[in-house]
Design a protein around this ligand. Sequence first.
Ligand code: ADP
Ligand code: MG
Length: 260
Amino acid sequence: MRVWAVANQKGGVGKTTSVVALGGLLAESGKRVLVADLDPHGSLTSWFGYDPDRLEHSAFDLFQHKGKVPEGLPAQLLVETSCKGMSLLPASTALATLERKMVGVEGMGLIISRTLAQLWDDFDYVLLDNTPSLGVLMVNALAASQRLVLPVQTEFLAMKGLERMLNTLQMIMRSRNNPLPYTIVPTLFDRRTQASTQSLNALRKTYGDDVWRFAIPVDTKFRDASEAGLVPSMHSPDTHGVRAYRRLLDDLLIQTGGRE
Ligand code: ADP
Ligand code: MG
């Protein structure tokens, strides 16, 4: 099982879209994929037609057992998506109350690792969607991951949020035994605007090879796909946005040695 976190401490940068797009492409290539919604807003959950305000069972349940994950619970929480081969661990808005409840509970940062350990034989790839705030959920995601995908919107001030995220990462890394390699993915790129081109150049200048060699362009089909409840490659397989995610996935697979 390979586990990738998609995270950034900024909202609206394309995290959820990247999870669905990459997950859909992995499923299309025959991989068994789990996408997990670790954001109390539940955008990933809503994408597939589930209402995070009304779900009785969700990722929240995993955090209700004093840092342990009862045998069999993870599998019970998974739901189907419109994409064949892709399951969802949904979020409910109750996740927003975790921060308060989990303080000081032993093992609280390892809930997602323990959850995935139980699903190890069931999935080839797990993509973890994250909330923008650094808290118990993001700590869990980063602890469980072997790779971080860091979408950054190509706009003025993009670097500011990125710096914050990388500092956070350093902090969390100190409690990990092994480093967490990451790929910065420029998103919402619009070649006609100066803001996009300038921030892309600045990103490359500052972060060099940590930045993916291309960028995900602005593509309105992504919103249409989310409204239709479909992964982008099912909704409109050959738009420039989907083509860019295909290239990104290829590169990530090469970087992570997952290209079979
Ligand atoms: P995050 O999860 O980081 O908050 P989302 O993936 O939800 O970001 O994207 C924020 C908004 O931008 C959504 O409305 C989404 O449809 C839109 N969006 C994301 N990526 C693109 C893109 N490449 N082109 C056009 N719109 C996009
Ligand atoms: Mg999101």
